[in-house]
Design a protein around this ligand. Structure first.
Ligand code: SAH
Length: 257
């Protein structure tokens, strides 16, 4: 008899709206025996599709070892285990260490991607992060805090690229972050925005410029669960991609000009 692989599925829950989880993620949740989820960020409404007898644990109250042990014991008995992460598991999630410890116990780890708050924020703002002729680079980063960021990635250094910048985990330090970007050479009038709880029912959008963003966010009481976007992408003017330009040839279309 072939032994069934003992597996834990790491699933991206999406940014909050319950219909922004993938079909694959949703199917895994429906059949799960155990779900460990990040209670501080994942919308609990998403868990309504779980079976009534599914065991649901909030990782906020558990150490890494407790989480891994609960998932491993369950997977070892053949149960279907989901580790539900906010947005996409690949961004600012503590998945690498969970994967390592589970694999050390002989458990296979699989990933199901999710819609990140990065994409939900662009959707809320109605923008694209890459702007033809302006920037083709998106920097996702955060301000160093209790968890450090390498010195070479300090915001004043990253400002020098003039690229679109998206700041995770920084809403509580927005003044320090915007000051640092200005110190790094960005014009204080550079467009800036913040989206609080992108895709949730109580989503809030704040638009400002770099020098005014901290105050604008303070007025709305936003200091967590928000992404900050900085750059011309928020006010791109007439820029348009060559992709659909009538004079531009590519693999599928011969230019007509
Ligand atoms: N893996 C997640 C990010 C986890 S880090 C993702 O892909 O989205 C947690 C940070 O993500 C928060 O501090 C906040 O900056 C951002 N975040 C998560 N959900 C958000 C949402 N719905 N709207 C805005 N920002 C969000």
């Amino acid at each position: 008899m072939i032994e069934k692989a003992k597996t834990v599925n790491f699933v991206g829950a999406g940014p909050g709206a319950p219909d922004l989880i993938t079909v694959r993620g949703s199917e895994l949740l429906k059949t799960a025996d155990l779900v460990v989820y990040a209670g501080s960020l994942v919308n609990p409404e998403i868990l309504e599709i779980c079976r009534d007898d599914c065991i649901i644990m909030d990782s906020a109250f558990m150490s890494l070892e407790e989480q891994v042990s609960a998932m491993a014991v369950s997977a070892e008995t053949g149960s279907s285990v989901v580790r539900l992460h906010t947005g996409d598991p690949s961004l600012y999630g503590a998945v690498a260490e969970q994967k390592r410890l589970l694999e050390e116990r002989g458990i296979e780890v699989r990933f199901v991607p999710g819609v990140s708050s990065l994409q939900a924020t662009a959707a809320a703002l109605g923008i694209q992060y890459t702007v033809p002729g302006e920037t083709q680079t998106l920097i996702c980063t955060r301000k160093g805090g209790r968890t450090p960021v390498p010195e070479r990635e300090s915001l004043d250094k990253l400002a020098d690229h003039g690229s679109t910048i998206v700041l995770f985990l920084t809403a509580g330090q927005v003044k320090e972050a915007t000051d640092e970007l200005i110190k790094g050479g960005l014009d204080p009038k550079t467009p800036a925005a913040c989206v609080y709880r992108a895709s949730w029912d109580d989503e809030i959008i704040v638009r400002s410029d770099l020098s005014g963003l901290a105050e604008a966010m303070r007025e709305r009481g936003i200091d967590h669960q928000a992404l900050i976007v900085v750059g011309k992408c928020l006010d791109p003017g007439e820029a348009s991609s060559l992709l659909y330009d009538s004079g531009f040839s590519h693999r599928f279309r011969e230019g007509s000009l």
